[in-house]
Design a protein around this ligand. Structure first.
Ligand SMILES: [Zn+2]
Length: 195
């Protein structure tokens, strides 16, 4: 048990070391410069003046978490918000943004301290909350949790956003998909070193 925990902690440290700070335009990976994702980083992290857009350039997938707010121009992006930035159950909307909306890039934004990590630890709170706040029978609430928690669990924010980016690249091979992390402590976006 101890060894397993130590290993998990070590893995988390390694993942955090893969985050790349974007505090100047030079920090943006060359492949993302002059792309909608590069612009997103410039608007949000670097205070670039907000340009005017007539149509969306980007699809952003991000968590529903209330601690996150992006600084972006009007009309710049479609945004799908789903727990853990998990787009597996939003595929039709992703397809729509690409096919009809015309976006060619997806920014997938995970964040630290995500509620979709270690859902099992929130089981009692979840069930109790549904019973007290929503008027559910305890049995329904338990069943609901046990059915959906494994589907929505993301394991770890950075691993998840990396694997989700890989999945989307296979699914939409002509679309640029970029995994990012939002740190709730400083409200900034970080690039992730994928190698
Ligand atoms: Zn979250």
């Amino acid at each position: 048990m101890w060894a397993k925990r130590a290993k998990a902690r070590q893995h988390r440290i390694e993942l955090m070391n893969r985050l790349v700070v974007v505090s100047t335009a030079e920090d943006i990976f060359p492949e993302y410069k002059n792309s909608p994702v590069g612009l997103l980083l410039e608007y949000h992290n670097l205070n670039r003046p907000l340009d005017e857009y007539a149509k969306a350039e980007l699809l952003i997938g991000m968590c529903m978490d209330n601690r996150k707010h992006l600084r972006i121009p009007d009309n710049f992006a479609f945004i799908i918000r789903a727990g853990g930035a998990n787009l597996r159950y939003s595929e039709f909307k992703v397809s729509y943004a690409i096919a009809v909306g015309g976006v060619k890039s997806i920014a997938l934004i995970g964040h630290n301290n995500c509620g979709m990590v270690n859902l099992i630890s929130k089981k009692d709170l979840f069930i109790q909350g549904l019973v007290e706040s929503a008027g559910w029978e305890r049995e329904w609430a338990e069943e609901h949790f046990m059915h959906f928690a494994p589907i929505f669990e993301i394991g770890n924010e950075i691993d998840f956003v990396l694997s989700e980016a890989k999945r989307l690249r296979l699914r939409y091979p002509k679309i640029q998909v970029v995994p990012l992390l939002y740190r709730v402590e400083d409200n900034l976006l970080y690039l992730i070193n994928e190698n």
